[in-house]
Design a protein around this ligand. Structure first.
Ligand code: PLP
Length: 453
């Protein structure tokens, strides 16, 4: 029964990113999800909700796609598992490698498969350290990421993450992880700074940090093309060009974390293509399989690949592997998913309907006195709330208002996300969203805002 499940849930299930005490005492929301079709999910209480966040911005092709579920069932029936160590592959994992590399930005060489975005970033940092050891640069190990970046929840990936909640009481970040300023124009240090001047300020801060720490000790810079969990924040004009120039000057590896932006979300196959990035490593997950099965990857660039090969010639096989690397069921899901993204023109739809969603949102709530900014790129949209438009001041306690708005939206049938730092409503619907569904999201946002503020 529903009551029995709810009780077992409170008694037995340690939920991630959850207020544990409140949940165990039955004071926090609890939802038992039973089905999904297109952009909608259903739950055991009989609700049908438009999922304006595609799960955790991962169900890019939408729910219930038979093309993907049939591929998973077929793979499970034929061969549910074999490992990928010492040269083993499956038809699915090899085909998926080829499909990923065919879509990857120029200059990339191979893809290493993992399970989720966090472990892919752990892999990336190990590859960077290995690379610099083989190059005879053992001091060059520190990693720079950005405040408000999100790169996962592991020891290293959680350190790279630049959100306080993910560090607090865990004794993170680990030594050797440095954070630089977030490219967040709405939160620029001075109200009268132009976008161009803000970019110059960010680049100066980055270079200062590198020089202060000694460039010979800095190995890599990691960033999401568009900051995601930190607030859905596209970079200011000229930012990525400037960052890449600095990284090249100091021989620092660029890791593009495309866990959210990979496979179409920005209206281009990769965010790197959207912003002209030439990364040495790319992190992929989420949209790789549209979350029909867990799978992630690290795409390795040509320059780094040559050094990795030299390393194994000198030292033997690379000592890095997961039991589930390139899991055949994840790989089969990935093959079917990438084909579906092409067949249904979802990359183009993400660009077109995503822009429509931001316009619809601006029409619906742009004049509300507590809406500070509506922003986004491709199928990503954020509505930043403020208690005072002229000063851009936040609410107290931070996050309380966005949480209430999200709650009111769910009551009206639309899922959005209160982003974890600030009062920011986040939207990242499946890439197959229609204009009618975008209108529904915008209308419900306006109703919920009116209810709360
Ligand atoms: N990198 C980015 C940019 C992400 O948004 C996420 C998750 O949201 C991760 C890494 C971590 O991925 P996972 O939760 O699959 O470990």
């Amino acid at each position: 029964t529903n009551d029995q499940l709810a009780q077992w849930d409170r008694e037995s299930f340690f939920h991630p990113s959850t207020h544990l005490g409140q949940f165990a005492r039955g004071e926090a929301p609890q939802r038992i999800v039973t089905g999904g079709e297109g952009v909608y999910i259903t739950d055991r209480d009989g609700n049908r909700l438009l999922d304006g966040f595609a799960g955790l911005y991962c169900v890019n092709v939408g729910y219930g796609r038979r093309e993907v579920t049939d591929a998973i069932a077929k793979q499970a029936g034929e061969l549910s598992y074999y490992h990928a160590y010492v040269g083993h592959g499956t038809e699915a994992s090899i085909t998926l490698s080829k499909m990923v590399m065919d879509r990857a930005p120029e200059g990339m060489s191979k893809v290493y498969f993992g399970l989720g975005g966090s472990d892919a970033n752990e892999t990336n940092i190990k590859l960077v350290w290995y690379y610099n050891n083989i190059r005879g640069l053992p001091k060059k190990k520190k990693i720079i990421s950005r405040w408000r970046g999100y790169h996962g929840s592991g020891l290293m990936s959680g350190s790279l993450t630049g959100l306080e909640l993910f560090h607090k009481k865990f004794d993170l970040p680990l030594d050797g992880v440095l954070h630089t300023e977030a490219p967040y124009f709405y939160r620029r240090p001075e109200a009268d700074m132009s976008e161009g001047d803000f970019t110059k300020w960010l680049l100066a801060k980055l270079e200062e940090l590198i020089q202060r720490e000694d460039p010979d000790t800095i190995a890599a810079f990691i960033g999401e093309p568009v900051l995601g969990t930190g607030g859905i924040v596209p970079p200011p004009v000229g930012y990525w060009e400037g960052v890449q120039e600095i990284l090249r000057k100091y021989d620092i590896v660029l890791i593009a974390d495309e866990v959210v932006t990979g496979f179409g979300r920005l209206g281009t196959m990769f965010g790197s293509q959207h912003y002209g990035l030439q990364p040495d490593l790319i992190t992929i997950a989420k949209g790789l399989t549209s979350a029909y099965a867990p799978l992630s990857g690290s795409i390795v660039g040509n320059k780094m690949w040559q050094v990795l090969m030299q390393g194994t010639d000198e030292n033997g096989p690379i000592g890095h592997g997961w039991t589930y690397s390139a899991h055949p069921i994840g790989a089969a899901a990935g093959v079917a998913n990438l084909k579906l993204i092409d067949d249904l023109n979802m990359v183009e739809n993400a660009g077109k309907v995503g822009a429509y969603l931001r316009r619809a949102m601006a029409d619906a709530v742009g004049d509300h006195p507590n809406v500070g900014e509506i922003r986004g790129e491709g199928m990503l949209c954020a509505v930043e709330l403020t208690s005072d438009r002229s000063t851009r001041a936040g609410f107290s306690p931070v996050g309380s208002v966005a949480g209430k708005v999200v709650g009111e939206m769910v009551k009206r049938g639309v899922i959005s996300r209160a982003m974890p730092q600030g009062d920011i409503l986040g939207f990242a619907p499946p890439l197959c969203l229609t204009e009618g569904e975008a209108d529904q999201i915008a209308r419900v946002t306006a109703e919920a805002l009116r209810e709360v503020l």
